[in-house]
Structure formats: structure tokens, C-alpha cells
Ligand binder design. Sequence first.
Ligand SMILES: C[S@@+](CC[C@H](N)C(=O)[O-])C[C@H]1O[C@@H](n2cnc3c(N)ncnc32)[C@H](O)[C@@H]1O
Length: 291
Amino acid sequence: MTVSSTCLTLAALLQSARQKLTESAIEDPAFDSRLLVEHFTGTSRSDAIARPDMPVKASIVAQVEAALERRSRGEPVHRILGFREFYGLSLSLSSQTLEPRPDTETLIDGLLPFLRQSVTRNGKCRVLDLGTGTGAIALALLAQVPEAEAVGVDISGDALATAARNATSLGLSTRFTALKSDWFEKISGRYHVIASNPPYICSQEIASLQREVQLFDPLRALDGGKDGLDAYRIIARNAASHLETDGVIAVEIGSSQRLAVTAIFANAGFCLMRAMTDLAGNDRVLLFATA
Ligand SMILES: C[S@@+](CC[C@H](N)C(=O)[O-])C[C@H]1O[C@@H](n2cnc3c(N)ncnc32)[C@H](O)[C@@H]1O
């Protein structure tokens, strides 16, 4: 059965949407179809239980149908919705922003104690988020620590516009500055926290990524150069000039990069304070301080 652009009940729409995504071999058809139907119908999970016979207008059914078509062709569900949740915040996406991943929330968990310590010690905390994308890291930290301020750097003007929009819609714009810069090029001053989830995939591995990632996440957000480590070398080389004495650097890494990234930062004069794994138990975040 395919979704047709006629009036349907909510239950029938949910069922046919799920069936379409199952037939298209989408990995989690139940989850994705529910997200799309709820978004376009303005309903919630409880409506599906309490009001299964609720009529859905043909025009809304048509919107769901178009979204299912996009999903069937491989477009990630959050790209279709135009937003994704990150650390409890709803963040708008654009074509030049990476979709923030749940694994990156590990970096927020690792950094929050340092932001709070810095506020206790200094009355403030200045954060530099290198490669800010949607603003995910900076905005999640600002939302948790009201005394903190952040500069979000990116090389993509489109990503910075998206990050600034997200800051405004979350009521965080007075503490967030979006700055176009090639890593540290336009950075002046010192920060208590330098955070980054840089591109870290080896160039030659990009072609073998999942099609959702390869086709819909921007290449600039993924490609870390020949060995995937280009951005870490730049960050490690420049961090000392922009870190407060008792400051902390936190980087997200690929699951096989722990030793290589630790060596890059050690050579630049930093010691590993903490290594953290993600929800799947893979190495994901490293925190460094001045040695
Ligand atoms: C993996 S994405 C991370 C986005 C976001 N911080 C997150 O965690 O969801 C890497 C980001 O680095 C940015 N980037 C790539 N090269 C850059 C450069 N030379 N200078 C500044 N930002 C850069 C990309 O545009 C992208 O937004």
C-alpha cells in the first residue's frame, strides 16, 4: 500500500508511512515514519494512541508523502525535518552544516564541570568552538552555564548564519558570537575552554561512508585530509597562544585516533587529562591541559 493524497485517519497514515519506508529498506522505518508524520500533522505519540481516528487533510497527507519519497531516496530524516535535537536543544540545519550527532554530547558532558569550575574561580568562562556548524557545542554549553560566553568559528558563512539563527531562537545570542575564520586565523585573545569536533575522516574513506552521510553532510565537515588528522595538527599548534593558563582543550575524535591525536597534542606541550567513550563504547573525546 502506498500513501495517497486523500484524507486519511492518523492511524492509517502512520501505518502506510511505515510500510513505505519498510519497502524502501530504510534502517528504522518505524522511528522515521513516526517522526515525519508527527511533524507534518502536528501530532504527538499520545495522539496516535488517544486519537487514531483523527482525520488528516489531503494537503497534509501530500506533504507526508513528499517527505517519505525523500526519505526513501536516502535523505536523512532530520535533513527533511530541517532540525535536530542536541543536548535538549532544537537546532536548525542547513545544507552546509553537519547534522549534530548524539556522540558529540559526550564532549558536552566532559566539558561542563570545567566550565562550572571556571565560573566559580573566575566569575566567567570564555569558550572557543572551532568548526561550530549549527553551533551545537557552543550553544549546548551556553544553555547549561548562564555565566559562559562563546565564540563559534567556522569557514562556512552558511553554517555561521545557521549557528547565529539557532543562538537567537534559543535566547542565547547575547552570549554567542559567530566568526568566520580559517581555524585560528581571525582569533585574538585567550579562552578558558577550546572545543572542537573537527573534520576527521581520511579523504580516501569518504567514498565508502553510509550514503546518508556521504550525500547529505557537507564534505568540508567530514574530510580531515590524507590521514584524517589535519585539523588536530592545526589546533594543537595554535592552541597555546589562545588558552588561559588553567584552560582546557576538548576534541572529538574518530574511534581509532586516540593515540595519534594524543601524540599530536603531547608534541605541542599538552597532556591528556581524560579520554571518554561514546554511547557505543568507542573512543570519542579527549581533554587536554597544558603540561
Ligand atoms: C564535523 S563538523 C562539526 C560541526 C559541529 N561542531 C558539530 O559538532 O555538530 C566540522 C566543522 O568544521 C568546519 N570547518 C572545516 N574546515 C574549517 C576551517 N578550516 N576553519 C574553520 N572551520 C572549519 C566545517 O564547516 C564544519 O562546520
